[in-house]
Design a binder for this molecule. Sequence first.
Ligand SMILES: CC(C)(COP(=O)(O)OP(=O)(O)OC[C@H]1O[C@@H](n2cnc3c(N)ncnc32)[C@H](O)[C@@H]1OP(=O)(O)O)[C@@H](O)C(=O)NCCC(=O)NCCS
Length: 170
Amino acid sequence: MIQIREEQQGECQKIRQVIVAAFGGDTEANLVELLRDRNRAPVALVAVSDNKIVGHIMFSPVTITPAPKTFRAVGLAPLSVLPEFQRQGIGSMLAREGLKKCAAIGFEAAVVLGSHHYYLRFGFSRASLYGLGNEYDADEHFMAIELKHGALDKVSGTVRYSPEFKECGC
Ligand SMILES: CC(C)(COP(=O)(O)OP(=O)(O)OC[C@H]1O[C@@H](n2cnc3c(N)ncnc32)[C@H](O)[C@@H]1OP(=O)(O)O)[C@@H](O)C(=O)NCCC(=O)NCCS
């Protein structure tokens, strides 16, 4: 039985181990810690199986230029599941619950840069269809989803992740 809940203080090391194991390196784990330390992760969830943390997801605010400053959007990254727990739906549970929480706290849209084979299932579409570009020049792998109906109708521009992504080499 998998439980999805918010990450808690004191779990940083366990979460780090999950991210390093999933990505095979520490770049994304460093990113998660920096975002958390700087309070730039409004939503961060873990998946727990038998008291063991087996998955993690983080969302951080993104800017869209030239969108109104009041427009609130979030980037999904990174998403990690321990290799031995992959392909059991845990990543999907984290993504769906995370998007729900982002919507509940007022974010109007979310973006993700990743495999479209994976993320289209959550309702993401190619971001360029909304007139959204990105600083990485990614095309079909850069996707967006409205968390509030019609939110992206009047917004277009270049999406930028928090500066911590560049700081960590992401
Ligand atoms: C991507 C990841 C989080 C998926 O977690 P998961 O719990 O295995 O995902 P689910 O069980 O919900 O979904 C499994 C599906 O995802 C697909 N999938 C898994 N990893 C994928 C990847 N890197 N690229 C494309 N598809 C992927 C599987 O092929 C499977 O597809 P299917 O349902 O069509 O057979 C996990 O594989 C992982 O931690 N990977 C390493 C880190 C990473 O690449 N994170 C994503 C980038 S931020």
